[in-house]
Design a binder for this molecule. Structure first.
Ligand SMILES: [Mg+2]
Length: 246
């Protein structure tokens, strides 16, 4: 029986050019860190890339949080300890005060049509709503992107972040940890996402995915635009519950 709906954020609730956002994020952070550590901004691009790749690796065997592994990799590649209190304060300031202004221009961030309605529909259907965004960013960066999508922290019982996760999508371990923190079983969750790879847990662990992207993934239990998902949610959930009862 479905008890919770887990939404992806980027290109599911929020339309944006994600690559442009990451480039803008890294450029801004590199400028600040470069000034603080007396290094050139250009020297920090590779450490950022390595750190993002390290946490994203699907063959990881460590038990660090994504944030711990990111910081460890970044320090090894640049010498800069992101968890040093002064550096952490700087990044925190950047993410709270500067990053929220990154929505315009080539990033082109705006709500996905039907996203707000879908989130409200989950709660009004009596289900728990959570934000299972790929945990590569801090809560502050998730907050900024939620605001651009027209949703808010309070709309979600749980939000995945770089600090509270130990793997990235599509790792089954990421999804399992998220469901555990939410207090439900994976079989009781419906994931909603646009990514035919990342939004389908691997290996398969009982999590079902409703797909709102442009492909035709075979594993999707439902496929369509977000506006239709919002309208038909009770029907989709009833169908899954009927299948489970058989
Ligand atoms: Mg996405």
């Amino acid at each position: 029986m479905i008890k919770a709906v887990l939404f992806d954020l980027d290109d599911t609730l929020l339309r944006l050019n994600l690559t442009a956002f990451i480039v803008r994020y890294v450029a801004g952070a590199s400028r600040l860190l470069g000034q603080a550590a007396r290094m050139s901004t250009a020297q920090l691009g590779i450490p950022y890339l390595r750190s993002f790749l390290a946490i994203d690796a699907q063959d990881r065997e460590d038990s660090l949080t994504n944030e711990q592994l990111f910081n460890q990799t970044f320090r090894a590649a640049s010498g800069i300890p992101l968890d040093d209190p002064a550096i952490a304060d700087l990044i925190d300031y950047y993410e709270r005060e500067i990053v929220p202004d990154f929505a315009g221009g080539v990033v082109a961030a705006r709500p996905v049509e039907g996203a707000r309605e879908a989130v409200d529909r989950v709660w009004s259907t009596g289900l728990t709503c959570a934000l299972a965004t790929n945990p590569t960013f801090s809560l502050a960066c998730d907050r900024a992107r939620m605001e651009w999508a027209g949703v808010h922290e309070d709309d979600f019982a749980l939000i995945s972040t770089i600090s509270n996760s130990t793997r990235c999508k599509p790792s089954a371990r990421y999804y399992q940890e998220f469901a555990n923190a939410l207090g439900v079983r994976l079989e009781e969750c419906l994931m909603v996402g646009n990514d035919a790879t990342r939004d389908f847990a691997r290996p398969d662990c009982g999590l079902r995915t409703a797909y709102v992207g442009h492909g035709r993934p075979a594993r999707a239990v439902w496929r369509g635009p977000m506006t239709e998902f919002a309208r038909r949610l009770p029907e989709i959930v009833a169908h899954l519950n009927n299948e489970d009862a058989r």
